[in-house]
Design a binder for this molecule. Structure first.
Ligand code: PFF
Length: 450
């Protein structure tokens, strides 16, 4: 059954694909900017703790359920259900997951389109096409629609190829390029004047902020978004893992790579902000707070690149290529969620499913672009702030309470016959049963009432 629906060909293939999903705009854009505005190293510390203690166990819940069922989230949650109520809840949660994944892709494709356009803008400037460069660099509606469509076209093209020929092949090609580009950029930016100040902000914690609810909520949201949790993406990637593999180790690798890249991106973005300040670019708002979020990447960094002459143009091209690659390996994982569901639950061919769903998402993105002020922030908040933690909670409840413990162990033993003697098995089952749901819910309630 597994192979007829596609399977990753190797351990490395899975790790690259899952890390490719995890490493995205969330790591290179989201994490550093959140760190910048939430106490630097204080945020880093909270993020590291939450990523290992909450996000990793939640990731494992998705991977184990997915591999056991070798099916999409709806099919998988139904399979491990124990009665009509849990089956119904499973169907609802899985379906919400695929809607949320599609909505995330609808705003993600817009931002990713900006990255592609800004990279090309720098390139056009380099070869002297200044009018084109200017058009590509400005946030006009037409440019935004065109580049969102180009990005969706790339995503659709890769996903049409299926698991091995599409997802695995492209993730394995693109992830090493991403890593090399990131390391080169960090190494270069750290040599520039002003970078040391940024490093200090990043590495010296502001202890006043460390346990504030605002910081913890932001760090949890960041960790969940960054590991692509709570939409069924990791569940579906888990469903393509061979039964021979040791799941807890694979999940550990993915978490480690994801966190390392986020932390590494912090060494690029925060120092870059202070290099910009050193070069005369404004990085503080009128109230004295650090400029962050969208403004950082779309205003501060381009202004910084502009102060650096030819080197700035090259750095800019490399930076936006890096962002585009990171976005692409994530967007393919988002599109796979509704596509796998439609193929498996409705018997549609992959090609038809990909084109129909990809086009529907592109229409959603266009609607968001036409109503940007009202819709963009709203869709981001609904999907990432509310839906992802809640669905992550549901997956933990299924792994911890609904699914029988013996069956869970059997699943882990497939790739690791001594699984019952591992530290993972001693901690994880009660952790995912009690600790994860309670903490996720507490933080969620805080974020709603706060
Ligand atoms: N993990 C991706 C990032 O950090 O940018 C975002 C993401 C991918 C979220 C896939 C959700 C998802 F299903």
């Amino acid at each position: 059954m597994a192979s007829s629906r596609g399977e990753f060909s190797s351990r490395l293939g899975f790790i690259m694909a899952a890390a490719g999903s995890a490493v995205g705009l969330g790591n290179i854009w989201g994490f550093p900017t959140q760190a910048a505005s939430n106490g630097g190293a204080a945020f880093l510390l909270a993020y590291l703790v939450l990523a290992f203690t909450l996000a990793y166990p939640a990731l494992m819940a998705e991977l184990i359920i997915g591999r056991h069922a070798h099916a999409n989230a709806v099919g998988a949650l139904r399979l491990i259900s124990i009665g009509p109520k849990t089956r119904f809840l499973g169907t609802c949660s899985g379906s919400i997951g695929f809607i949320v994944a599609s909505l995330i892709l609808s705003f993600y494709a817009i931002v990713a389109g900006w990255m592609v356009a800004l990279g090309l803008s720098s390139l056009a400037g380099l070869v002297g096409l200044s009018d084109l460069s200017q058009w590509l660099g400005e946030f006009g509606l037409v440019r935004n629609i065109v580049f969102m469509l180009i990005f969706m076209g790339l995503t659709i093209g890769i996903i049409t190829g299926g698991v091995q020929e599409g997802i695995e092949r492209w993730s394995t090609r693109l992830m090493p390029i991403l890593l090399v580009a990131l390391v080169l950029l960090v190494a270069y930016v750290l040599t520039l004047d002003g970078a040391g100040e940024g490093l200090k902000v990043y590495l010296l914690p502001d202890f006043d902020q460390i346990f504030t609810p605002k910081l913890i909520i932001a760090a949890l949201g960041s960790a969940f978004f960054s590991l692509s949790l709570g939409v069924g993406t990791m569940l579906i990637y888990g469903s393509y893992i061979s039964d021979k593999e040791n799941l807890s180790v694979l999940g550990g690798w993915v978490t480690l790579i994801d966190i390392s890249i986020a932390v590494l991106a912090g060494f690029l973005v925060l120092p870059a902000m202070y290099v910009a300040l050193h070069n005369g670019v404004e990085i503080f708002t009128a109230s004295g707070a650090l400029i962050s979020e969208d403004t950082l990447i779309f205003t501060v960094l381009p202004e910084l690149f502009a102060t650096m002459g030819l080197a700035g143009v090259i750095v800019s091209v490399v930076f936006f290529v890096l962002m585009s690659i990171a976005a692409l390996t994530s967007s393919i994982s988002m599109l796979e969620v509704p596509v796998a569901y439609t193929i498996e639950e409705h018997g549609v061919s992959r090609r038809t499913a990909v084109i129909a769903i990809g086009s529907a998402i592109a229409v959603c993105s266009t609607i968001i672009l036409f109503n940007f002020e009202t819709l963009f922030g709203l869709v981001v908040a609904i999907t990432t702030r509310y839906s992802q933690p809640l669905l992550g909670f549901v997956f933990c409840m299924y792994a911890g309470w609904v699914w029988h413990r013996d069956n869970l162990l059997q699943e882990l033993q497939k790739g690791n016959p001594g699984a019952e003697h591992t530290l993972f098995w001693k901690i994880w089952p009660w952790y995912v049963r009690l600790v994860c749901p309670i903490i996720i819910l507490t933080i969620f309630v805080q974020s709603v009432i706060g």
